[in-house]
Structure formats: structure tokens, C-alpha cells
Design a protein around this ligand. Structure first.
Ligand code: FAD
Ligand code: MLT
Ligand code: ZN
Length: 483
């Protein structure tokens, strides 16, 4: 049921921008109202789908006048419920899916301008077609959008060499909560005009503006790559192996750690996945090394030599270097299928955490043991971006629990324990996924008053009516919104 104000804005969108700009059929809206992990169910009487920055600007300006809440949404692959509207139907979704032009692809300048709705996989292919590479990759590459990646400051599996989205964004165009357009796309090498509004919008999760386009940095195309799967004994040995590799070469782009039972889960649940090693190992690492220099030593040769030395040093137990692109992709398929496999393995509570890299091996082992001791029957696993000091620390429910009761009663206590351990280790409760609605209360609980006051001041300064993505990131009562 729409409020009169929501009716006005949807009628305005349909009249001014045509029928494609509005979806009110509940059947078409429904798939966009639940997050990828099926943890947050929202409601929205309509989806607005503007086709240009000007259309976004007109819609947001009207929404601001009327006090109508808007939730920006790209691919809806976010992991913290950030793109899911409130369950009371008080917000409209604004989808960027119709804004999917690549406005510029400039190989000489190593820059491109992509609109918010461009899908990551599409953008990566366009960069390759232009003889360049966009060095950010993650398991949701087929759905995640540029606007979502900017707004969550996404990480992924190439952060080790190229940083998160923040390092790859050279400019941002966005519509601010009053409908005005921040045009920050010109990728000037130096621009010191006050606060960096582009970087403020990176990671703002749709609470400070709707990103409509971004200028993104490109890197030279890969001349050669090598992908290795390594079996080893512990996270500590994995980190020593990484440090050896990094001391010997700058080619290492990915270094993903996985415990054996997580690999086993993928092999059991995801058709077509096959472990490249014969034996069993308590831990596995997927390594990718890439060079853009055709004259450089082949990454496969470098990895071969380094892994032989690692065997000598007792760091690695077994290893396979992919013999073909197809085999390399089969290694990555196992890694990127973890989230999918986990969904079919029953209830679990996920934590995307970071601690100082050197402390991560100990945290993975001791933190897991602590969680399992405090919550008997649970099973803690940690996998992911070891070299970034970021793992996905998931705690699986005991077998046979009532899913809803466990999520309602046990999971919050497990999360508080994990987050307390992370903060005690000098870490962050969100390494790459953001805060959304999932971690909003934990952010408030575990942040200094100074940090929360500053975050809230920024939010209320730019969005005094709290119309953009209410209830996400910083908890503020939207009493000023029209119900
Ligand atoms: P959505 O989910 O649609 O939105 C995410 C947030 O951004 C919401 O708060 C939304 O309101 C806001 N938003 C979206 N578009 C805009 C816009 N144009 N303007 C303003 N705000 C906007 N993430 C990682 O960081 N690293 C990983 O390794 C990783 N792996 C993943 C693997 C799988 C299988 C899946 C399903 C997800 C993974 N993710 C990962 C999470 C997710 O892909 C990222 O958070 C991604 O950035 C979300 O993009 P999206 O377009 O789906 O955004
Ligand atoms: C990953 O690295 O696989 C993603 O961040 C998703 C997840 O947390 O499972
Ligand atoms: Zn991740």
C-alpha cells in the first residue's frame, strides 16, 4: 500500500520517464526484497528505475521535498542487508540496473567511466577488450554493480596487490540527498578543493548519495598468470609462505586460505568441483601470480621455484600449479563457490573481520576454539583473504537446531563474542562488506563515542531528512520521514 507521497513520486517517474522507470507489480518486486543470504526480508510498494543521472536527480529532489525514503540497489549481492528496504514498506527501492553505459574506456590514460548499473563482469570484459584490466574480482562478479562496489568499498581477491575499490576509484558522480549532483568524475592527478567528497561516497552504502557513475583505474593487461593450489598444515605456515613469496616477487595478486572442511563442503555441494590434490591437508591456499611484462620470468616458473623451496622449509605439504586456463578456473570455482555451498549447509552466522595480518593465524585458530568452547556444538571456520588480514569467520549452528530460534537467540551472542575478540585484537568488525543493517548495532556498541558522533554528524549534515537508506550504517530515528 503506497502513501500519498509515494504515489506522487511513482506517478511522477512514470509520467516523466516512461513505464520502464517504475515497477509496482509485487511479483516483479519480490525477488529484490530479500538479501543474498536470505537473512533480511524487506517490503517496498515500488521500484524506481531511473535511466540517467538527471532522472535520479529529479526523483531524489522530489523524494526529499516529500520526505519519501529511498533505498539504492544495484545487484543486491551485498552481505549485510544494506540494499534491503525496511519491512514496513516505508521506502521505495531505487534500482540502478537501467544505468549501464560505459561512458569512457581510455586505455592510454588507464581510466574508464562506468555508470552505476554496469555489472562487474561486464566491466572487466570491456577493460580486457581494450587491452587493459580492472583488478577487482569477487564471487558475485556476474551480478555486483559498479555502484554497489563503490558504495560498499568492496574488496575481493585482488586486494593484496591493488587495494580495495577505494584505491581503484578515481572519480565519483552521485546525486546527493537534496537531489543536487556531485560531479567528481574528472580524474585529476591532484585536486585539493577541500573535503574529498569522492572518497566520502566510497563505502557510504547509499546513505550519503546515489552513485550514478564512477571513474575507475585500469592496469595493464596480464601477459601471463599462474594459479597454484597448495595443501599445508596451518594458517601460520600459510602466512610464512606468503611472506616468502612476497619477498621474492611482486607478482602475487591472490592468496586465499581455506580450511579442509570448507573445501569438503564445496566438493560435496557444488557439482563439477574437484580437489586438485590427492592427499588431505588441514588447510588449503589458492595462489595467483600475474605479470603484465611479456619479457618477465613466467609466473609458473617463479611459483614452481618458490613452492619447491617451501617444501624444503616444511611450509607446504603438496601443491599443483594449474596446467591450463581451464584448470586454473576450476581452482577458482572451488574458492568462489564457498558462499553458495555454505547456504546449503544449514544455519551459520557470518563475520567479515580483519585483524593485523601477523595476528591473523593465531586469531583463526584460537578464536575458532574459543567460539566452539563457549557455544558447544557449533563449528567455527575461517577462510578468505589472509594477506589482507581479512577472513570470513563463520560459526555454524549445531546440527538439528531450530533455524529461526538459533538466529534469534544464539547467533547474536556468538557475534558479540567474535566481535569482542576482534576488537580486543585491534581489528575491525567489517573488513570489506560494510555495515548495512546487519552490523549497525554492533558498530554503535563497539565504536568510540567520537566515531559515532562524527558518522552521525556527516549523515545528518548531508541528509537531514534521513531519506537515503534509513536504518543502515548509522542508527538514527527517521522521525522526520513521512510514514
Ligand atoms: P547491492 O547489494 O545492491 O547494494 C550494496 C550496498 O550499496 C547497499 O547499501 C546499497 O544501498 C548500496 N548501493 C548499491 N548501489 C548503489 C548506488 N548506485 N549508489 C549508492 N548506494 C548504492 N564483497 C567483497 O567486498 N568481497 C568479496 O570477496 C565478496 N564476495 C562475494 C561473493 C558472493 C558469492 C556474493 C554473493 C557477494 C560477495 N561480496 C563480496 C558482497 C557483494 O558482492 C559486494 O558487497 C558488492 O559490492 C555489492 O554490489 P551490489 O551491486 O550487489 O550492491
Ligand atoms: C568471499 O570472500 O567469499 C565473500 O566475501 C563472501 C563471503 O563472505 O562469503
Ligand atoms: Zn571476501
Amino acid at each position: 500500500m503506497m502513501t500519498p507521497e509515494q504515489q506522487r513520486i511513482t506517478a511522477f517517474a512514470a509520467e516523466r520517464f516512461g513505464p520502464k522507470a517504475v515497477t509496482t507489480d509485487p511479483h516483479d518486486i519480490e525477488p529484490w526484497l530479500i538479501d543474498w543470504r536470505r537473512r533480511y526480508q524487506g517490503a517496498a510498494p515500488a521500484i524506481l528505475s531511473p535511466g540517467s543521472t538527471e532522472e535520479v536527480s529529479a526523483l531524489v529532489a522530489l523524494a526529499n521535498d516529500l520526505g519519501v525514503a529511498l533505498v539504492p540497489q544495484g545487484g543486491n549481492t551485498g552481505m549485510v542487508g544494506g540494499a534491503i528496504p525496511p519491512a514496513d514498506g516505508s521506502a521505495l527501492l531505487v534500482s540502478t540496473r537501467r544505468m549501464h553505459r560505459i561512458r569512457r574506456m581510455d586505455a592510454d590514460a588507464n581510466l574508464a567511466v562506468a555508470e552505476a548499473g554496469v555489472i562487474l563482469g561486464t566491466f572487466r570484459e570491456a577493460a580486457e577488450a581494450a587491452g587493459r584490466r580492472f583488478p577487482l574480482d569477487l564471487g558475485a562478479r556476474g551480478s555486483a554493480t559498479i555502484g554497489g562496489l563503490v558504495s560498499t568499498n568492496a574488496g575481493g581477491v585482488q586486494v593484496l596487490r591493488f587495494g580495495t575499490m577505494r584505491a581503484l576509484v578515481a572519480g565519483v558522480e552521485a546525486v546527493l540527498p537534496d537531489g543536487s549532483v556531485h560531479d567528481g568524475l574528472s580524474a585529476l592527478k591532484k585536486d585539493n578543493r577541500g573535503y574529498d567528497l569522492n572518497q566520502l561516497l566510497v563505502g557510504a552504502e547509499g546513505t550519503l548519495g546515489i552513485v550514478t557513475a564512477a571513474t575507475l583505474r585500469l592496469v595493464p593487461a596480464a601477459a601471463a598468470r599462474a594459479v597454484a593450489w597448495v595443501g599445508l598444515e596451518s594458517p601460520a605456515k600459510a602466512l610464512s609462505l606468503l611472506r616468502r613469496l612476497q619477498a621474492a616477487t611482486d607478482m602475487v595478486e591472490s592468496f586465499e586460505i581455506m580450511p579442509d572442511d570448507t573445501v569438503a563442503l564445496v566438493l560435496a555441494h557444488v557439482p563439477g568441483t574437484r580437489l586438485p590434490l590427492a592427499g588431505t591437508h588441514r588447510w588449503h591456499v589458492l595462489i595467483e601470480a600475474v605479470t603484465s611484462d611479456p619479457a618477465a620470468e613466467a609466473p609458473a616458473t617463479v611459483l614452481e621455484r618458490m613452492l619447491a623451496e617451501a617444501f624444503e622449509a616444511g611450509l607446504a605439504e603438496d601443491a599443483v600449479i594449474a596446467a591450463s586456463e581451464a584448470q586454473a578456473e576450476s581452482f577458482w570455482r572451488i574458492r568462489h563457490a564457498i558462499s553458495e555451498a555454505e547456504r546449503s549447509a544449514g544455519p551459520a552466522v557470518q563475520h567479515d573481520i580483519s585483524v593485523p595480518v601477523e595476528d591473523m593465524p593465531r586469531f583463526m585458530v584460537e578464536g575458532g576454539a574459543e567460539a566452539e568452547a563457549r557455544f558447544p556444538g557449533t563449528h567455527a571456520i575461517a577462510y578468505g583473504h589472509l594477506g589482507d588480514g581479512n577472513v570470513h569467520f563463520h560459526v555454524r549452528a549445531p546440527k538439528g537446531v531450530d533455524r529461526n530460534r538459533w538466529y534469534a537467540e544464539d547467533a547474536p551472542h556468538i557475534t558479540r563474542l567474535v566481535h569482542d575478540m576482534v576488537v580486543a585484537a585491534g581489528g575491525s568488525i567489517s573488513a570489506e562488506h560494510g555495515i548495512g543493517q546487519m552490523k549497525r548495532d554492533e558498530l554503535a556498541r563497539l565504536s568510540t563515542p567520537a566515531r559515532m558522533a562524527a558518522l552521525r554528524a556527516i549523515k545528518t549534515a548531508l541528509d537531514p531528512k534521513l531519506i537515503l537508506n534509513p536504518g543502515k550504517l548509522v542508527a538514527l530515528a527517521p522521525e522526520t520521514l513521512s510514514k
